[in-house]
Ligand binder design. Structure first.
Ligand SMILES: Nc1ncnc2c1ncn2[C@@H]1O[C@H](COP(=O)(O)OP(=O)(O)OP(=O)(O)O)[C@@H](O)[C@H]1O
Length: 287
């Protein structure tokens, strides 16, 4: 395992709003093997955090640990309160209501015979309960979520008939139906064309600006540097975290991804990070 690079610009270390989500000393082992170790992470409201790392780094596992879907040790708090409860350390009611999760697209059962509206309604189960019927307020929340992702016109369409980009919007709407404070997005851009990616990036920015904490895993590193307020470079542990400007140098990326000093990736990252710092039109400019 690589050593931690000395870049730690966590939200706690900087002035600004208190973190909505805090992760401390998180460790996860799966199949008897350590997958995450000593992970420390925090995200404040209004923040769009990019969680990046090579294949197998533990990004999905980290999101699943925050959701209480895999056993973990350490501390996870939401607005200062424990995200897990009971002896089994399962997800607390607060965590269930506060976190919206957008899994990777292939994880959803698209061949299930439901409409777009019905699929989005399943995002309300945490509020409705499994054995109760949906109420007017639930359908209103679903309509609002569909509006948000511009899918209202397709609400009666069976989900199996949707394109990849439309499916991604349905998953985002399903998470938004809970009106969560924290939004976890697992590789939301995989297989999407550039205009759709840009449109969704704008939406994620807006959602963060509405006092949500948004965490997004992304294999498009240059895109993440362009779009995110902060980045967390993960490889079993947090190798480095900071703003794009703070992560403009090559070392954290070389350590996290194992790329050589001559990698074109490093040049591209440095250019985008610099553009954001100087506020030139090439940069996103929201850092
Ligand atoms: N259910 C499981 N049982 C055993 N090992 C697992 C399980 N799920 C994941 N792992 C292992 O945990 C490690 C991290 O996997 P994870 O999917 O979290 O990585 P990732 O960073 O999201 O990867 P990718 O970018 O390829 O999606 C991998 O080595 C994987 O093989």
């Amino acid at each position: 395992m690589t050593a931690t690079v000395a870049v730690d610009a966590s939200a706690a270390a900087r002035p600004g709003p208190a973190p909505v989500l805090q992760v401390r000393d998180l460790a996860v082992a799966l199949g008897g093997r350590p997958v995450l170790d000593d992970v420390r992470l925090e995200v404040a409201e209004g923040e769009l955090l990019g969680l990046v790392g090579p294949n197998g780094a533990g990004k999905t596992t980290l999101l699943r640990a925050v959701l209480g879907l895999v056993p973990s040790s350490g501390r996870i708090t939401i607005e200062g309160q424990d995200a897990r409860s009971g002896r089994a350390r399962t997800r607390s009611a607060r965590a269930t209501r506060s976190i919206g999760y957008v899994p990777q697209r292939h994880e959803f059962a698209w061949d299930f015979p439901v409409t777009v509206e019905e699929a989005v309604l399943t995002g309300r189960v945490a509020r409705i309960g499994w054995l109760r019927g949906a109420r007017t307020e639930d359908y209103r929340a679903v309509r609002r979520a569909l509006d948000r992702v511009e899918m209202t016109h397709l609400r009666a369409r069976p989900v199996g008939e949707l394109s990849g980009g439309q499916r991604q919007r349905v998953l985002v709407a399903r998470a938004l139906a809970l009106d969560p404070r924290i939004l976890l997005l697992d590789e939301p851009f995989t297989g999407l064309d550039v205009p759709t990616q840009e449109h969704l990036t704008e939406l994620f920015r807006e959602l963060a600006d509405e006092e949500r904490a948004v965490i997004m895993t992304n294999h498009d590193l240059v895109g993440a540097v362009h779009a995110c307020d902060r980045l967390c470079l993960l490889n079993r542990t947090v190798v480095a975290s900071g703003t794009p400007a703070e992560l403009a140098g090559p070392e954290p990326w070389m350590t996290a991804f194992g790329v050589s000093a001559g990698s074109p990736l490093l040049t591209a990252i440095a250019q985008v990070a610099k553009a954001r710092t100087t506020g030139s039109p090439d940069g996103g400019g929201s850092a």
